[in-house]
Design a protein around this ligand. Structure first.
Ligand SMILES: C[S@@+](CC[C@H](N)C(=O)[O-])C[C@H]1O[C@@H](n2cnc3c(N)ncnc32)[C@H](O)[C@@H]1O
Length: 167
């Protein structure tokens, strides 16, 4: 479902933004391997990076980031020798702030669509805040509501204890 929503958004985004003459980037910060095998059918299912590479018109640059080196290798083979695809190994929080988001500055007439799809709450707020302040980056954040409830609403990081829910 999340992948379908993302495709439905990314394709018109690319069309509209490129028609306005912007240089636009697709950023997938918790990229995964690019594709995976379906548990139910055994078929190969596209992940968000592979879907993004099929979008028409294409983005000018693609940035795929993953902390898992096996997945990074899979992303590299997906990219082949395409010069517009950049695969970054490591912690996306750091790589986004240092290397990738600076490539999407508003004043440089650039725009970016940034997908943030962590398994857990591995996303630093600083990334979201920076992207928001840039005015040139649209973000898609996928998170589990249960995880948020457990880790954000119920726990107080200042005390590292769990709060009680009101009766
Ligand atoms: C939910 S999967 C991504 C699935 C992908 N969006 C898709 O639809 O095919 C999350 C990925 O984030 C990676 N990951 C976890 N923490 C990370 C971090 N701090 N920086 C970069 N990648 C990370 C994991 O290795 C995993 O491949």
């Amino acid at each position: 479902m999340k992948l379908a929503i993302l495709c439905e958004y990314a394709a018109p985004y690319s069309k509209i933004v490129s028609a306005k003459g912007f240089y636009h980037l697709y950023i997938d910060a918790f990229a995964g391997p690019g594709s995976h095998i379906s548990r139910t059918s055994g078929e190969i299912v596209s992940g968000s990076p592979l879907n993004a590479l099929g979008i028409e018109p294409p983005f000018r640059e693609y940035h795929f980031i993953d902390a898992d080196l096996t997945r990074v290798e899979q992303l590299r083979s997906l990219a082949g020798d395409r010069p517009d695809v950049h695969v970054h190994p490591g912690d996306c929080n750091d790589i986004l702030l240092r290397e990738v988001l600076p490539r999407a500055r508003y004043g440089d007439f650039r725009r970016a669509l940034c997908v943030l799809d962590p398994y857990n709450i591995d996303l630093d707020w600083q990334v979201v805040a920076t992207a928001g302040h840039m005015g040139s980056v649209e973000i898609f954040v996928n998170f589990m509501v249960m995880d948020m409830n457990m880790n954000v609403l119920l726990s107080d990081p200042r005390r590292r204890t769990h709060r009680r829910l009101p009766a």
